[in-house]
Design a protein. Sequence first.
Length: 298
Amino acid sequence: MKQLLIGRGWSRMITFPVLLSWLLVASADQATNQAQLQVSVPDQSGLSYSRKSENPNFLVFEGEVELKGVLLAYWELLYLEDDIESLADSEPERLLMFRFYPAPNDVGRLPSLSFRGAADVAPPERIFIYKSRSENRYFDDLDTTYSRSDDEAETLLQVFRDLPPGFLKDREGKAIQPVSVTMSGLVALIEAGHLFTYGQLQSVAPLSMSEFGMSVVPDAQPDHYLGQPWVYRLWTQEETKLRGEPDGEVLAEIPAGATSLSRLSAVEDGWVKVQYLDPETGTEFIGYIDARSVLPVN
């Protein structure tokens, strides 16, 4: 199984070669109906690029570029079972993924890209990190997912000076680290009507946490496209109670069908810690709910 990153940033599982061939042909047909991907490479970058003859909206860059910015690591949880009855009895596939956000002073070293018109040409605000790439006629196969046992993942995680509690044990949540990197293998493409940029890290070194922070990460905003991929949404199958502690005092009554819940912890002893926003009052609560009363939202 391989993965392409699409849509909000969740990975869609694709069985090769049959489904991929269908997707590539459909995407290539879509690409021919769009304006050609525009690119401007700064002279000082040392980068050059080429287009695929079958898909001119797929760009491959040659060369390396040195950048400072923020490296984000996060776990993506995919619930692939068809018969999930509740969060309590389901176990997702846990995929470790990385994104890099160039610092404002360094974005000028990157190519500027646009497919909507010359007025929108700008450097990428995020770069998805991939560990391998296999060439294909229309889209190259980019493997953006890591497991905890990958040597590449271990190397990248060693850069993080302060991994949150449970990040490795529970394989959930996010971590950020200001870094200096050398990046190569840059790829830009239009997929599903959106522009994506990918790259490989040849070297990475930590910087001081005071140098950069979440302010460099546009995806930290909840309403941002591809924003907050580390947030796991839940919805209530039935009316349930939010409690201050498992089996503790009731903080709020949550109606059936509520979707404004974010999971904050792994399920433990049948309970899950959540953040709940009451849509009527705007009040935000943090507490525990019975994991049997909710379902995950992929």
